[in-house]
Design a protein around this ligand. Sequence first.
Ligand SMILES: [Zn+2]
Length: 59
Amino acid sequence: MHECDLCGVTIEGEPAGRGLLLFVRGDTLLREEPPLCERCAHGVGVAAMKRWELEDEDG
Ligand SMILES: [Zn+2]
C-alpha cells in the first residue's frame, strides 16, 4: 500500500510513477523517489521539464 507523496491519495498496487527529489546537504547529495499517483506523476513530469528548460535557457 502506498500513498501519493503529493496529494496523499491511496495508491492501489504499484505507484503510477515516482517523483525525483534531490537535496544538497553540504557535500552530500540526498535522493528521494516518493511514490506518486497517476495524476501527480504526470504533473511532476511536466513541471520538471519546464524547470529544465528554464535552467537550460539560463545557462
Ligand atoms: Zn497524487
